[in-house]
Design a protein. Sequence first.
Length: 114
Amino acid sequence: MRITGDHAALAIEGRLDVRTAADARVRLHQAIDGGRGDLVLDLARLEFWDATGLGVIMGTHRRAGRIGRRLVLRSVPAQLQRLLVATRLHRILAVEGVVSEPRGATLPALGPAL
């Protein structure tokens, strides 16, 4: 897993799972604590997340809310969008940009309109 960016926008590449969660949590919390306004998290190059990785995202979302910021997920890959819908977290998280399925079908709208 690789995280690049600053306190306003980050991008995650690779896998966000039990092996990478601790490092990701530290980096995401540093970004939340060190900035203002929305923190945009670009997931276009995220290959996989498990329950632990999703927990990191939710923890970052809660931390952002406590200090008056908002976590915005951008370019969520289709398979990860399906997980957000299945867990109903798409109703809680702010999601920007819909990624089409390989066959061209679009998944249900996620999150509040931005």
